[in-house]
Design a protein around this ligand. Structure first.
Ligand SMILES: Cc1cc2nc3c(=O)[nH]c(=O)nc-3n(C[C@H](O)[C@H](O)[C@H](O)COP(=O)(O)OP(=O)(O)OC[C@H]3O[C@@H](n4cnc5c(N)ncnc54)[C@H](O)[C@@H]3O)c2cc1C
Length: 272
C-alpha cells in the first residue's frame, strides 16, 4: 500500500506577530514548522503501515527550498520518501493553483509507485481554507473524505477503506474505494516520540526536489499568481473583543446577575 501525505510548512501561529503598521503577518517573528494537522496525517500513515505490516509512505510539499526541513521532520515521524516541488513558477499560488501543482507532483509520484491513499491535514494553520485537499481529489478524480477522525479498516484485496468522519452531531462511518483522499482532524491519533533510527535517518535524509520542468503535462497558466483567481481585498487585525462583565456582590447576588445575563441570551443557549 502506498500512502502519500501532503505536508505544508507554516509559521508557528502561537507566536507569530502582526505588523501593526501594515497589518500583515511578520513571518520572521515565528519559526516555520510542519503544519500540526499534517504531522497527524503522517503519524496516521505510519500507524496504517504498522497495522498492514507493509507499505510505503511518501510525503510531498510545495514551498521554498527551506521547506525541506518539514520533509525531514516527516521522515523523523516515519515517512520513507519526501518530495519538494519548488520553483519561482509556483510563487503566489492560491488554493486553486496549489492543488493544481500538487496534483501534477502526485501524478509523477504515482508513476514511480501507484498511490492507494492521499492524506492531507484538515486545514493549514496559516491559510486555513481547508480547500487544498478536496481540490487535489477533484483534480485527480478520486473520492475525498474530509474531517476524518479514525481509519477503522483497510481492505487491500477489495481496495476499500472504512473511515469515521466528524459531523456536527456525531460521526459518519463511510466505506470508500481506494485510491481516495482523506483530510484528518487532530484527534485521529497522538503524535508519538520518534524512534532513534528515524531521527538518524532524518538527519541524513536529502529530500527529492523537483522544479516545474521535472513535472509532466503542466499548463503553466494554471500555476502561481497567473493561475490564481483569488484576490485578497483587505487584511486587518480583528478588533479586540470588549472585556467581560465582572460579577459583584455576595454569591446570591452574583448568581442572580449571572441568571439575568443567561436569560438575556437564552436563544444562544437554546433555553426554552
Ligand atoms: C493571491 C494569493 C497569493 C498567495 N501567494 C502565496 C505565496 O506566494 N506563498 C505562499 O506560501 N502562500 C501564498 N498564498 C497562500 C496560499 O494560497 C495558501 O497557503 C495555499 O494555497 C494553501 O491553502 P491553505 O493554507 O488554506 O491550505 P488548506 O487548504 O487549509 O490546507 C489543507 C491541507 O492541504 C495540504 N496543503 C496545503 N498547502 C500545501 C502545500 N503548499 N504543500 C503541500 N501540502 C499542502 C496540507 O495537507 C494541508 O493540511 C497566496 C494566497 C493568495 C490568495
Amino acid at each position: 500500500m502506498h500512502i502519500v501525505v501532503c505536508v505544508k510548512q507554516v509559521p508557528d501561529t502561537k507566536i507569530i506577530k502582526i505588523n501593526p503598521k501594515t497589518n500583515t503577518l511578520d513571518r520572521r517573528s515565528a519559526p516555520a514548522i510542519l503544519n500540526p494537522y499534517d504531522a497527524h496525517a503522517v503519524q496516521e500513515a505510519v500507524r496504517m503501515k504498522k497495522v498492514q505490516g507493509d507499505g510505503r509512505i511518501s510525503v510531498v510539499s510545495m514551498g521554498p527550498p527551506q521547506a525541506t526541513a518539514i520533509i525531514k521532520k516527516s521522515v523523523e515521524i516515519g515517512a520513507d520518501e519526501g518530495y519538494l516541488i519548488s520553483d519561482r513558477a509556483f510563487a503566489g499560488a492560491d488554493t486553486l493553483a496549489t492543488s493544481y501543482a500538487l496534483s501534477k507532483a502526485l501524478d509523477k509520484i504515482a508513476k514511480i509507485q501507484p498511490i492507494d491513499m492521499i492524506i492531507c491535514g484538515k486545514h493549514a494553520i496559516d491559510g486555513d481554507t481547508g480547500q487544498v485537499g478536496p481540490g487535489i481529489a477533484r483534480r485527480l478524480d478520486i473520492p475525498p473524505i474530509t474531517n476524518v477522525i479514525e481509519v477503522c479498516e483497510i481492505n487491500e484485496a477489495e481496495k476499500t477503506a472504512l473511515v469515521k468522519r466528524k459531523v456536527i452531531n456525531g460521526y459518519e462511518l463511510l466505506q470508500v474505494n481506494m485510491p481516495c483522499l482523506l483530510t484528518v482532524e487532530k484527534e485521529i491519533n497522538h503524535i508519538e516520540y520518534s524512534p532513534l533510527p528515524n531521527m538518524l535517518k532524518a538527519a541524513r535524509y536529502e529530500p527529492i526536489i523537483w522544479s516545474v520542468n521535472d513535472l509532466e503535462d503542466v499548463d503553466r497558466t494554471q500555476l502561481g499568481l497567473k493561475g490564481s483567481p483569488t484576490i485578497v481585498g483587505k487584511m486587518f487585525t480583528p478588533p479586540k473583543p470588549d472585556g467581560g462583565k465582572r460579577l459583584e456582590g455576595t454569591t446570591d447576588e452574583q448568581v442572580k446577575q449571572l441568571m439575568d445575563v443567561l436569560m438575556d441570551k437564552k436563544e444562544l443557549f437554546y433555553v426554552k
